[in-house]
Design a binder for this molecule. Structure first.
Ligand code: FAD
Ligand code: MG
Length: 332
């Protein structure tokens, strides 16, 4: 069975289990729903959903806000804005939402010295991480896919996007999932919800607190799928993890994963995982990927320079974190 079919099957089982056991709601006041979006299970939990009908309406508004982001920013769909931008040789007018994501992505790209890069679409396709047969490309193939990439190759004027090279392929995989989570939280707030969590495959945003106490968020151990590295106590924050254990394959014992270093076109090798706490999930998403590429020292400086906090598991397994995150950490 191919990886993606196995993934879809596991996803369906997870959803069925959640639908069965996750029907919190009504008397407990907690409502939980899950849906597959952007290739992952998105789970929304409301603590103050009120009447079941109000909670369902709020959930629906949140999921459709996320579906809108997927429809416009997916590199996996032929009819998305990103697909239209990638196919265009001339400048393209995009929606305000896509322009907002591109603008944030270009800011993080510049702040990270290009470690975060929205223009790696060709390189990602070459490695095939999202397909059924990922492979290690040859050096000449990688060199060709790196031609013309970088923050300067994408110019944004308002909602008008100009590619420096017609062959350039934009990829929002490291930022648009976080942005979708932020849009879901905005929809919940608009529906009057004050305490909720939105989790899209490890891109998580917490609205309010958890019954007067912080939410307790377990951070997965990058080398132990069942293990929790630490538990963070947080409220009203986004917490996003990027890791080399999410989309990877191994050849002769070497792990190749989907977080690529634009400097050489190969999987970044300084970290096993990076967790970023920030005000928005889009910012945390982009910073986690950038910091993963930069490594614990430079990565932490970048994250903190943008008002975030970070926890690193370096390539050798060593754990380090921002000073101001230490009092939020509870050992498992
Ligand atoms: P992150 O670390 O947040 O991001 C890693 C991803 O960012 C890589 O997969 C690559 O896309 C990109 N990237 C790699 N290196 C860099 C870098 N240095 N700088 C910037 N970006 C980099 N998956 C499916 O299987 N099917 C789908 O239909 C599907 N649809 C999607 C639609 C949308 C709108 C989005 C945002 C994602 C979708 N995905 C889908 C998932 C996507 O392919 C990625 O696997 C996912 O976004 C990676 O997120 P992450 O948090 O796991 O890793
Ligand atoms: Mg991410």
């Amino acid at each position: 069975m191919s990886r993606s079919r196995l993934f879809a099957l596991l996803l369906a089982i997870a959803l069925a289990a959640l639908a069965l056991f996750g029907r919190g709601g009504g008397d407990s006041g907690e409502f939980r729903r899950a849906r597959v979006l952007m290739g992952t299970v998105v789970e929304i939990t409301l603590l103050d959903g009120g009447a079941a009908s109000d909670a369902e309406a709020a959930m629906e508004a949140a999921f459709s806000a996320m579906a809108e982001v997927e429809a416009s920013m997916s590199a996996h769909r032929d009819d998305s804005e990103v697909a239209r931008l990638n196919a265009a040789a001339e400048p393209v007018e995009v929606s305000a939402a896509t322009a907002e994501v591109l603008e944030l992505g270009l800011r993080v790209a510049t702040a990270s010295g290009g470690a975060f890069d929205l223009t790696l679409g060709r390189l990602k396709a070459l490695w095939g991480f999202d397909g059924d047969a990922p492979r290690v490309p040859s050096d000449p193939e990688i060199a060709a896919a790196l031609q013309g990439i970088g923050p300067a190759s994408l110019r944004l004027a308002g909602r008008r996007v100009t590619k420096g090279d017609a062959a350039l392929r934009v990829d929002l995989g490291a930022i648009a999932k976080g942005y979708a989570v932020d849009r879901a939280v905005a929809a919940l707030r608009a529906a009057g919800i004050r305490h909720a969590s939105v989790n899209a495959g490890g891109d998580l945003r917490l609205l309010g607190d958890h019954g007067g106490r912080p939410w307790r968020i377990g951070i997965q151990h990058p080398r132990d799928p069942q293990g929790v590295l630490v538990t963070l106590e947080l409220a009203d924050a986004a917490v996003v993890t990027s890791g080399d254990y999410e989309r990877f394959f191994e050849v002769e014992g070497v792990r190749y994963h989907h977080i690529l270093d634009p400097r050489d076109g190969r999987p970044a090798d300084a970290c096993q995982s990076v967790t970023v706490v920030a005000a928005s999930a889009a910012e945390a998403d982009a910073l986690a990927t950038a910091a993963f590429v930069l490594g614990p020292e430079a990565g932490r400086r970048l994250v903190e320079s943008r008002g975030g906090l970070a926890l690193f598991v370096a390539a050798d397994g060593e754990v380090s974190l921002s000073e101001d995150l230490k009092d939020r950490v509870r050992r498992p």
